[in-house]
Design a protein around this ligand. Structure first.
Ligand SMILES: [Zn+2]
Ligand SMILES: [Zn+2]
Length: 153
């Protein structure tokens, strides 16, 4: 799609019960799979796929008052629906201009496929990932790591 066509497109998302809806103006800045312990535990999932957008390109359509925020670390807050519990948002000190949004809370095509794995060295051992996306890890989760991609079974 042409860049200016992307810039005229917006997508909507929200929580499972429908009380919270947001709108994002494309393009998104990035999309990544996160394997950090916090994402896995808080969402009860093997990993979590996020996309990041400029805060100026994000807005609520409804339900802002139904978002519960909590400090998931000293430097980050996460927001979920107080009614259905759907994890939706992440705000981090390291990304002051961005809001991070759970990919699966958006039912539309965000025109950006996942590009990389972060905190990959903490990934669960019960799920085999065979993709060829770049893997990052280390103490900050964002250092390139050379974990060989399994050659298939
Ligand atoms: Zn909800
Ligand atoms: Zn994470």
């Amino acid at each position: 799609m042409e860049q200016n066509a992307i810039e005229n497109k917006s997508v909507n998302g929200g929580c499972y019960c429908g009380r919270i809806e947001y709108q994002v103006q494309l393009p998104v800045k990035w999309c990544a799979h996160c394997h950090c312990t916090q994402c896995r535990h808080i969402q009860g999932a093997a990993f979590v796929t996020w996309f990041g957008v400029d805060k100026n390109n994000f807005g609520y359509l409804k339900g802002e008052q139904d978002v519960a925020w909590f400090d998931s670390s000293a430097k980050a807050q996460r927001g979920h629906c107080i009614h259905c519990g759907t994890p939706l948002f992440f705000l981090g000190e390291n990304w002051p201009d961005e809001i991070h949004i759970t990919r699966e809370s958006c039912r539309e095509d965000i025109l950006q496929k996942p590009q990389l794995h972060v905190f990959y060295d903490r990934h669960v051992d019960y799920l085999k990932l065979h993709d060829e996306l770049d893997k990052y890890g280390g103490p900050d989760g964002f250092t390139p790591i050379n974990i060989p991609v399994p050659s298939g079974e």
